[in-house]
Design a protein around this ligand. Structure first.
Ligand SMILES: [Cu+2]
Length: 275
């Protein structure tokens, strides 16, 4: 082996290792994406007007951040590459330049205001529970939820329905593993519903991504939520505040049904409650 090749060998070897590393990273990124599915990487669009507004706001802010990232990193890498010392470039000296300082204050200010306007409009809409047609009280317990229909004077506890055998890997896990309950919250579609969220022991959080609902359930406090679901369906969520040993075992299951079916269901509930 000539001296020349021997000198190049470590370089070649590290280059090969680098390429192998890059290939592994590339393949792993695909494996991860295939497992999660691209659509699960982003937040869900949801099924209510508010959830769609929240999603649009999220995407708007996301693309603003992408644009800022491209511009900032583009300028940085361009400068590093084109103005490097080995090209014989000397650093310019513009310390305490008022122009530059004004520019880098005004531009972020404009960006922040541009982001704050739609964000504030969305927040106001999310908080406005006025003109709601019915009220449900949601109470968090260790480790279950209770739903009280304040307009109809009845309520019930909602327990996890997944079997202990499935949890202990002794039985098949179905599609809704740890996301199913014995008695779901039933709500009518096309109705503005106010929800009062509280807790009986520790802090929980009632979280339903498809409806863009998430609120802390704090003992001694009553927080408010509202929703208006247009499409009938089953929507699932979880407790989103670490609340103790079985925090992962107190799911939320909401059945949105047409108003007629809802009325029939309420009659059934009140009849069985007075029995
Ligand atoms: Cu909880």
């Amino acid at each position: 082996m000539s001296e020349e090749i021997r000198r190049m060998l470590p370089n070649l070897r590290s280059l090969l290792n680098l390429r192998r590393f890059a290939a592994v990273v590339f393949l792993l990124s695909f494996a991860g994406a295939a497992q999660a599915g691209w659509d699960t990487l982003n937040m869900p669009v949801g099924v209510t007007e508010v959830s769609r507004i929240v999603y649009d706001l999220h995407m708007l802010i996301f693309w603003i951040c992408v644009a800022i990232g491209i511009i900032v990193f583009g300028a940085m890498f361009y400068s590093i590459l084109m103005h490097r010392k080995s090209r014989g470039v000397t650093a310019s000296t513009f310390h305490e330049s008022t122009t530059v300082e004004v520019i880098w204050t005004v531009i972020p200010f404009i960006i922040l205001v541009a982001m704050a306007v739609p964000a504030t409009a969305t927040l106001i809409k999310m908080e406005d529970s006025g003109e709601s047609e019915m009220t449900i009280k949601i109470t968090g317990y260790q480790w279950l939820w209770r739903y009280d229909y304040l307009d109809h004077d009845f309520g019930f506890y909602s327990f996890l329905a997944t079997s202990r055998e499935a949890i202990r890997d002794q039985a098949e896990k179905d599609e809704n593993y740890l996301l199913e309950v014995d008695r779901p919250l039933v709500i009518p579609t096309g109705t503005k519903i106010r929800m009062l969220v509280t807790a009986n022991d520790v802090i929980h959080a009632w979280w339903l991504p498809d409806l863009a609902l998430k609120r802390d359930a704090v003992p001694g406090f009553i927080n408010e939520l509202w929703t208006l679901v247009e499409t009938p369906g089953i929507y699932r969520g979880q407790c989103a505040e670490l609340c103790g040993r079985d925090h992962g075992f107190m799911p939320i299951e909401v059945h949105a049904v047409p108003p007629d079916a809802y009325r029939a269901w309420v009659e059934e509930q009140t009849a069985s409650a007075t029995e």
